[in-house]
Design a protein around this ligand. Structure first.
Ligand code: FAD
Ligand code: MLT
Ligand code: ZN
Length: 460
């Protein structure tokens, strides 16, 4: 029996011919990559868990070039895998078979920034961290931040509707993205690159592409609303003995820190049962410091937290954040990681880790929980020395059934990609999935855009 996550058979797309290569070389001189060594890193995902066998990587620089590529691929029935920084965690960013990889790496220009409204417009291939550095000089920040910031592209962030470490304060990309430019499967350029806060002229089409994982169009430019850089930032790293105390601390800090609370993250550990990272961002260091001090005093005297450390200077703030951000990478040293990204009512999020540990016993090397408590988002990670199909069969569908019983989501922020596509029904009713299939068929009738991803196999 094949696992539902396994790739379906190759669909009947055309294979690349010399004529195709000649065409691409003409429109993208020097930016058509066929060298297998250069293609290797684009064929394998960040987790080294899935691998494609594409023989062609295209590196357009402009929207017009993306349009020409897709128009051609659509007419030739050639499948295309849009790729940003290739940091996706669900096997969506690399080809499954021989799809052409369309990379946004050279589409990295900032187009405009309005220092009054804080609206940034840029090409899709801008690296998130570069955008943050650019904005910092102008006293602004990006509304999102994540551990993969040094590699991920803003287009990839939008395509996955990435959440990350600032969602608690600034909300999701469905709110902060004001406009998108997208090239559809047949090469048409859809210009929805508005830079307006408000625009109710009919359906908000850009929302369809936010989180569509490259299956509906290639995002070529983004306009996004950026917040002012906070004048005062504090980060606190605390230890908690139980998850119940961690939740009580969350409640306490929501009450006492109020509008300055900007992140509440957690990780479990073998040294202390739980660590919490709390960030405050505000405009008055004295006011924020006082609030934080009062909160910490209350949390300590009521024995909600055991010990901790506070950072106000930049370098220490970065060091504390990196302890949280680098868990993903640290886990890769265990061997192979089975990753689950679950949304649940916040009081239930750690129960899943405990139940999974009990369920797997010593079949797993470790069962680790961390994530965005403030958003009710658990990252459940099961590691083993190597890929282990028997272990996988013990985890799935157990984890999905557990999540569905609690009316949670089987993908809070990473998307479905290749790995989770067939589990969509645990979180979405069949009518909704069928409607998604209709939208896909309307926007990409030949199904050339990121095939085998996001939608379940029965819709393809
Ligand atoms: P890729 O990985 O290249 O692609 C991801 C998907 O988007 C693919 O389906 C691809 O086809 C599609 N795509 C990419 N670019 C485009 C485009 N221009 N147009 C259309 N489709 C496109 N995710 C979170 O939500 N929160 C986190 O906190 C977080 N932290 C992470 C930390 C680490 C260390 C790592 C490795 C990953 C993390 N991720 C997180 C997962 C990942 O989703 C994000 O890193 C990021 O949003 C992916 O961007 P990318 O440019 O790397 O996209
Ligand atoms: C995170 O919050 O660290 C990311 O989503 C990556 C992960 O789940 O490991
Ligand atoms: Zn996350």
């Amino acid at each position: 029996l094949r696992s539902p996550a396994a790739a379906p058979d190759r669909l009947p797309f055309s294979r690349i011919t010399q004529g195709d290569l000649d065409f691409f070389r003409k429109i993208l001189p020097g930016r058509v990559i066929t060298d297998p060594d250069l293609l290797e890193s684009s064929n394998v995902d960040w987790l080294k868990s899935v691998r494609g066998s594409s023989e062609l990587l295209l590196r357009p620089q402009t929207t017009e070039e993306v349009s020409q590529i897709l128009k051609y691929c659509n007419s030739r029935n050639l499948a295309v895998n849009p790729q940003g920084g290739n940091t996706g965690l669900v096997g969506g960013s690399v080809p499954v078979y021989d799809e052409i990889i369309l990379s946004t790496a050279l589409m990295n220009n900032i187009l405009t920034f309005d220092s009054i409204s804080g609206i940034l417009t840029c090409q899709a291939g801008c690296v998130l961290e570069n955008l943050s550095l650019y904005l910092e000089e102008k006293d602004y920040i990006m509304p999102l931040d994540l551990g993969a910031k040094g590699s991920c592209h803003i287009g990839g962030n939008v395509a996955t509707n990435a959440g990350g470490l600032r969602l608690l304060r600034y909300g999701s990309l469905h709110g902060t993205v004001l406009g998108l430019e997208v090239v559809l499967g047949d090469g048409q350029v859809l210009d929805c690159l508005a830079t307006l806060r408000k625009d109710n002229t009919g359906y908000d089409l850009k929302q369809l592409f936010i989180g569509s994982e490259g299956t509906l169009g290639v995002i070529t430019a983004v306009s996004i609303l950026c917040p002012r850089k906070p004048k005062s930032v504090n980060v606190v790293f605390l230890g908690c003995e139980t998850f119940e105390q961690l939740l009580k601390t969350f409640q306490l800090c929501r009450g006492m820190l109020g509008e300055i609370l900007s992140a509440y993250e957690f990780l479990d550990s073998e040294y202390c049962p739980f660590y919490v990272v709390i960030e405050t961002s505000g405009s008055d260091p004295k006011h924020d410091g006082e609030k934080l001090h009062n909160f910490l005093e209350e949390a300590m005297t009521s024995s909600l937290v055991t010990d901790g450390t506070v950072a106000t200077e930049d370098s220490k703030i970065k060091a504390l954040w990196s302890m949280r951000e680098r868990v993903t990478e640290a886990l890769t040293h265990d061997g192979f990681t089975y990753k689950y990204d679950i949304s649940l009512p916040v009081e239930k999020i750690y129960q899943l880790v405990t139940d999974m540990r009990e369920h797997l016993g010593d079949r797993a090397k470790s069962v680790v929980g961390y994530g965005h408590v403030g958003d009710g988002n658990l990252h459940l990670n099961v590691t083993s020395p190597a890929k282990d199909p028997a272990l996988l069969a013990a985890i799935e569908p157990f984890v999905y059934e557990w999540t569905a019983r609690c009316h949670g989501s089987i993908s809070a922020e990473h998307g479905l990609g290749l790995k989770k596509r067939n589990y969509i029904y645990y979180s979405k009713p069949s009518q909704a999935v069928a409607l998604m299939g209709n939208i896909k068929a309307m926007l990409d009738p030949k199904g050339i855009l990121n095939p085998y991803k996001t939608l379940p196999d029965n819709l393809k």
